[in-house]
Design a binder for this molecule. Structure first.
Ligand SMILES: Nc1ncnc2c1ncn2[C@@H]1O[C@H](COP(=O)(O)OP(=O)(O)O)[C@@H](O)[C@H]1O
Ligand SMILES: [Mg+2]
Length: 365
């Protein structure tokens, strides 16, 4: 009998970060130790259709292998059903032991897939429902981080409907309380999609229109003249921080193109910084991880202001980029944990967390 753990790697998804997720998942599928794990790779199409994926050189849906997820808590598990056989749906893959969501952005990194795993009572890698949701919405994330005493840049949020009704007042409020330049972002996305920098009123209007293509909720924050630092966190109740990375984008800021083209960005690992700054960033990273209640992994990103050396926490990502050359795995490699050991550790953490939860009563006795 196959004693390997049956791991379902979920990728793609209904988010603007679909492609990024496929790249991350391809590396994860390749690096998972096949002696320990039976890997089942599923791609969720941009429209939401689940398909089994080839696990070879490129992660792509297998023609005709559309599957439908079905959840059961009793007997436990997520079943993948083959579609539309003559007898209707029938079980196709059963006995999944663990889910590894390698999904970035909404419908994957935001607690939705995590809730799905909770319903199925399956262990899954990374943050739970609440921490995922908080980590995804930059507005709520910053409120919680600020409440925990962490240094965040001044910001405000509004809905597009409010903007349409009173753009003049909102623009004046932004100019009064933040001042140009500002960054304008869809509140809950990633990979810099929909983000732009505005230096004056017309650019602000254009930037809101751009961010508003993706989402209803917009976040505007003060632009900081800074160096950008990133730190990996790994663990659960006693998480550890990795060495730091410094990101030096070739463009004015770390936009989509610079994130996914090696020629446009320089990444220094470990970052060349005074020990006091490195230590402080690591301390703040762990504090942020705990503040949002994260589990397993997170990458915490910072601004180090030029001139003042003031540290600001930009964001916490609960499913960071995961290709073998992405920053999060590179940070751990430089901290002594190679890529496939990192995956083992994340799976162990997921199982431990699931077991811990099972200790508690779900019914009054
Ligand atoms: N307040 C800011 N000051 C300076 N640069 C910023 C600011 N906000 C965002 N940026 C730039 O935009 C990039 C993407 O913004 P971020 O909030 O990290 O969005 P994402 O979740 O898409 O990565 C940052 O890495 C940085 O280069
Ligand atoms: Mg970012």
């Amino acid at each position: 009998m196959d004693k390997r753990l049956k791991v379902l790697v979920l990728s793609g998804g209904c988010s603007a970060e679909h492609e990024v997720s496929l790249n991350s998942a391809k590396s994860v599928v390749e690096a998972l130790d096949k002696e320990k794990y039976e890997v089942i790779a599923v791609i969720i199409s941009p429209e939401g259709e689940w398909s089994l994926a080839h696990k070879s050189s490129s992660l792509a849906p297998v023609a005709g292998q559309v599957v439908t997820p079905s959840l059961n808590r009793m007997p436990r598990g997520l079943l993948l059903l083959a579609n539309e056989s003559k007898r209707g749906f029938e079980p196709f893959i059963q006995g999944i032991d663990l889910v590894f969501p390698v999904l970035h952005g909404p419908y994957g990194e935001d607690g939705t897939i995590q809730g799905f795993c909770e319903i199925a009572d399956l262990p899954y890698v990374g943050a739970g429902v609440l921490a995922s949701a908080v980590g995804m919405d930059k507005g709520y994330m910053k409120i919680i981080l600020r409440e925990a005493g962490l240094p965040v840049v001044d910001f405000l949020t509004f809905k597009l409907t409010e903007w349409r009704a009173s753009s003049l007042q909102i623009a004046e409020e932004i100019e009064k309380s933040l001042g140009y330049p500002v960054f304008v972002k869809p509140a809950a996305l990633g990979s810099s999609i929909g983000i732009s920098k505005a230096n004056a009123r017309q650019e602000l209007v254009d930037a809101v229109a751009e961010a508003g293509l993706y989402q209803e909720k917009i976040l505007v924050e003060k632009a900081i003249d800074c160096r950008e630092l990133e730190c990996g966190v790994l663990g659960d109740e006693e998480p550890e921080a990795s060495v730091l990375a410094e990101i030096i984008p070739g463009h004015e800021f770390y936009d989509y193109e610079t994130k996914y083209s090696d020629e446009l960005v320089n990444i220094h690992i470990p970052a060349s910084l005074p020990a006091t700054i490195t230590g402080e960033v690591q301390r703040l990273s762990i504090k942020a991880f705990k503040a949002i209640g994260a589990s397993g992994m997170a990458r915490v990103d910072f601004f180090l202001e030029n001139g003042t050396n003031k540290i600001y926490l930009n964001e916490i990502n609960t499913i960071p980029g995961f290709t073998a050359t992405s920053v999060y795995p590179k940070l751990w490699e430089a901290s002594g944990i190679p890529y496939s050991r990192l995956l083992d550790r994340l799976i162990e953490l997921a199982i431990e967390r699931h077991k811990k939860k099972a200790h508690y009563r779900t019914q009054r006795t």
